[in-house]
Design a binder for this molecule. Sequence first.
Ligand SMILES: Nc1ncnc2c1ncn2[C@@H]1O[C@H](COP(=O)(O)OP(=O)(O)OP(=O)(O)O)[C@@H](O)[C@H]1O
Ligand SMILES: Nc1ncnc2c1ncn2[C@@H]1O[C@H](COP(=O)(O)OP(=O)(O)OP(=O)(O)O)[C@@H](O)[C@H]1O
Ligand SMILES: [Mg+2]
Ligand SMILES: [Mg+2]
Lengths: 254, 254
Amino acid sequence: MRTIAVCNQKGGVGKTTTTINLGTALARAGKRVLLIDMDPQGQLGIGLGIDVANLTSTVGQVLERRGGLLDALHSTPQEGMQICPSNAQLAQVEKGLHQRRARELLLQKCIGGVSGFEFCLIDTPPSVGLLTENALCAAREIIIPTTPSYYALEGTFGLLEMTASIGEELGHAVEILAVLLTQYDPRTRITREIENQLQEFFDSKLTKSRIRINTKLNEAQMHHLPIFQYAPRSRGAFDYQAAAEEIFGVRPSD
Amino acid sequence: MRTIAVCNQKGGVGKTTTTINLGTALARAGKRVLLIDMDPQGQLGIGLGIDVANLTSTVGQVLERRGGLLDALHSTPQEGMQICPSNAQLAQVEKGLHQRRARELLLQKCIGGVSGFEFCLIDTPPSVGLLTENALCAAREIIIPTTPSYYALEGTFGLLEMTASIGEELGHAVEILAVLLTQYDPRTRITREIENQLQEFFDSKLTKSRIRINTKLNEAQMHHLPIFQYAPRSRGAFDYQAAAEEIFGVRPSD
Ligand SMILES: Nc1ncnc2c1ncn2[C@@H]1O[C@H](COP(=O)(O)OP(=O)(O)OP(=O)(O)O)[C@@H](O)[C@H]1O
Ligand SMILES: Nc1ncnc2c1ncn2[C@@H]1O[C@H](COP(=O)(O)OP(=O)(O)OP(=O)(O)O)[C@@H](O)[C@H]1O
Ligand SMILES: [Mg+2]
Ligand SMILES: [Mg+2]
């Protein structure tokens, strides 16, 4: 199972939107996909139609029990894609976690026994805390969505420092699979400047595909659907399909 | 001193942009303004030209010493507006804070002795953790910036739950001064729907002023300037001026 964390400590750059739609693109290509939400705001589940606030079987519960991930799975509007959702209880779990030994490795432990999936995508919160560290230690690869803005650029570099120190202090190597520009507006001048900086720094890891600004992506959340179900002919669907092909080499099956 | 927290647990909704620009508008009207950054990502300071990574006198240090805020102030590109910035060290301080009694009241203590300012605006991180709690307990009023998106709406309601429980558990009442729509695009259909929901719920607290999408606001950060210095005739400057007049009743002096 390829385990990939979707990270950027900057808020609102499209981590959740990217996790949902790349996951769905993979499942549409016939892959079995597991999504895990490590953000106590629970938006990965909300965006897929799950009433997270009232759930008891969540990732927070799995971490507390140190296992049982497969019992906390829920189906999604995409066949072949399941999710272990989160809710506010995860914030309580994180508080308790600070005291424990190997506290960054708990999610890795819980994922360890899981089979039956080819891909696992982990959505993370906009912070550099213990929940993001758990995701980074559970994963072997990272996707970094970023908007073409100065603050997001800063967040992207901050994340690199974090992965470097995790590598040093915990001996866990995680590779950048892709940096994906989101909310892309080619007419904006600042976009060029940010793009150039990202190109220079990340080179071939910066995907050629860009996710353009598309209001359908915003509406899709309101309807609790991936973009492919909500607006299959929209720019948002087109762009996420292209990104999935470029990053994973997949195409929709049949 | 009116102390106002700028909060929304949703990422990327314009908390930092709003804190900088409302603060600047107040100072341009002759008010003495103190800005405090409670987000370890330090973007409030970065957006005002401060090299936060290399600072020792920061809000993290003030919290650790339980005082000395006035020694940790820096000037900004706006006369009359000063800032107590943050950097990554604040994340370390937060970790240590979990163990202490009255841990939500530390910022309130540190601000308590401060005079010489008429307004204090506190920028917060996109989370519901201890740093945001400290800001909410130090403040008497909140401004909630939100984009017209479904996830941001969810974050807004989540914040209300948090203020309610702080009211109950700590007996500290904080009032919503204003809900401010940011990154507003009137042509987008989903915007109408979100607007109506916000109007229904927040009524007169939803400002009539909207901060429209304006690339100048994005560029201003890159140049480490408030919008009024960077692009005084832009829509972004016009909209933040209107918002400041509506929320605070101020106009630029002379
Ligand atoms: N390409 C796009 N075009 C238009 N809207 C977008 C696009 N990508 C994301 N959005 C919208 O921007 C907002 C932020 O996206 P999202 O919630 O996925 O970011 P995030 O990084 O997960 O945020 P957070 O840091 O708060 O978890 C959402 O309202 C989403 O619908
Ligand atoms: N009205 C606007 N028009 C265009 N861009 C905007 C506008 N408001 C904010 N932005 C841009 O959107 C991004 C997010 O804004 P900002 O950093 O202020 O949000 P935030 O809520 O503080 O984010 P975080 O939760 O990560 O702290 C920034 O790149 C900013 O320049
Ligand atoms: Mg998210
Ligand atoms: Mg901010």
